[in-house]
Design a protein around this ligand. Sequence first.
Ligand code: MG
Length: 348
Amino acid sequence: MSKIVMNHGAGGEIMQEFLSKHILSHFPKAGADVPLDAMDDSAVVDGIVFTIDGHTVDPLIFPGGDIGRISVSGTVNDISVMGAVPMAIACSVIMEEGLEIEIVDKIMESMGKTSRECGVPIVTGDTKVMGSGALDKMVITTSAIGRRSELLDNDLRIASEYRKVKDRWCTDSNLAPGDVIIASGTLGDHGVALLSFREGYGFESEIQSDVAPLNKMIAEGLRAGGIVSMKDPTRGGLANTLNEWCSKSHVEIEIEQTSVPLREGVVSACDLLGIDPLSIGNEGKAIIGCVPNMAEDVLKAIKNTPEGRNAAIIGTVKEGRERVIMRTEIGGRRILEPPSGDPVPRIC
Ligand code: MG
């Protein structure tokens, strides 16, 4: 009898396959503007943008954040990257018997603080307790609804001045050859901060998690106009995001290795640990695809926000095979494979 392994939840190809075969296949097909089988950041049903995330990060509190901040940020970001405004959050908190109430208070305080920071209220929820040993301390599940951003119609109108735009939302399938890819900041910070803290490697003094709500940064990008696709590169990192875009938009993406923003500490930590910073999860970054004529304007708008100050143009969309090509520092070309799973388990 085959059993669940960690990679079934690790955000890479193994998880995608598992979801299609063992989860989506059992659910009835529902009519939606962005349906379940699009496997995008959120669904869109009758104009309502809707998403949900489970959070199992270990440890609950880590350098730069905690499970409460991730819960609010991750859900707000999944709504925002569709081109929507998050309106309200629901949360379910499941706790293990024996967990210190002081820790619960700390995490809930952080959820409240993040909710105030992004301006999205938590309006409904549920709590349960499981017996000691039946659950590892705490699991938080957050869901949110959002509405179409007032900025999105104008954003897509600007994009369609330059080329035909297929989708009405910033979906994974909306890219076309010529589009420019922007990363909103340094990649790999969250995964490396967590791994280092957990394993005691000591890099965490210089690398903190990037966990943050991005709705305000994304609004500024939409205001500039010309954005067609957005995604938060969580599990599986940039490599997973770009490969998903290639297969859903039927395009090739070419990335310039030297243009990808990476902290020095992340590069040296990844070298030492033998992991790829482009396959590791982020919790406060967005990858943005926009029409070429608007790329500089979008970049400038993003860079003007605190969350996007390290943003950079990292590549372009090409006609070609559904794959990601990375032009290396020394001028070579290699395929950036989709990760089979995130190299670091339980980081979100
Ligand atoms: Mg997402």
